[in-house]
Design a protein around this ligand. Structure first.
Ligand SMILES: O=C(O)c1ccccc1N[C@@H]1O[C@H](COP(=O)(O)O)[C@@H](O)[C@H]1O
Length: 210
């Protein structure tokens, strides 16, 4: 049976990150994209990453990050996994020699099988909603019917998930993992632990044969 892994994205302080871990998250995300309301400075990010308990992964989220900035972050923040959420090429993703996942913003006409094939060494393909307004973290959903029945990479479902729709999302999509940011916030960039708890409890009650 597969019980989807759970990533809570956009943590900005140690206490909230530790609380999210205690509530049962498998991974927390740190956003290194400056225009985001969830952006976290390097020193704060390093402190959060070091404060996480064993077996909770720390994921760094990047959107077409300049190389020098990326190098500085990787030197100081102990990240377990890189999340490339922009237009990074497969070569740019591989350049850091770290495990990574690639995000793709799903819209009609996109060939997801071809896309996944280009990032064959990624640890997962994160499918998010396309929005012309922002590269991610918008709270918008996409049409899950656009996803192919099978992908060559573990599927991470994101985009507009929340405590009330995650069960239906998992039942329909059967993803390896789910990722959420806006749906567990009280305001942009501010996590609501009660919503986080409800999201995790709901996601953990889902399972499917895999
Ligand atoms: O969280 C952000 O601010 C962000 C900024 C830029 C790119 C991605 C971002 N977050 C990721 O977006 C998806 C969907 O988030 P939401 O739940 O719809 O708000 C998720 O994978 C976040 O990791």
């Amino acid at each position: 049976m597969v019980i989807p892994r759970i990533k809570i994205c956009g943590l900005r302080d140690i206490a909230t990150a530790q609380a999210v871990a205690r509530l049962g998250a498998d991974a927390v995300g740190l956003v290194f994209y400056r225009p985001s309301p969830r952006y976290v400075e390097i020193e704060a990010a390093a402190a959060i990453a070091r404060a996480l308990p064993a077996f909770v992964s720390c994921v760094g989220l990047f959107v077409d990050c300049p190389e020098a900035e990326m190098a500085a972050i990787l030197e100081r923040v102990p990240l377990d996994l890189l999340q490339f959420h922009g237009d990074e090429t497969p070569e740019q993703c591989r350049r850091w020699q770290r495990p990574y996942i690639k995000a793709v913003r799903v819209k009609p006409g996109l060939d997801l099988l071809e896309y996944a094939g280009r990032y064959a060494d990624a640890r997962g393909l994160l499918c998010d909603a396309y929005s012309p307004a922002a590269p991610g973290g918008t709270g918008e959903r996409f049409d899950w019917g656009l996803l192919p029945a099978q992908l060559p990479l573990p599927l991470i479902l994101s985009g507009g998930l929340d405590p009330d729709n995650v069960v239906a999302a998992v039942a329909q999509v059967r993803p390896w993992a789910v990722d959420v940011s806006s749906g567990v916030e009280r305001a942009r960039g501010s996590k609501d632990l009660e919503r986080v708890a409800r999201f995790i409890a709901a996601a953990k009650q889902t399972s499917f044969s895999g």
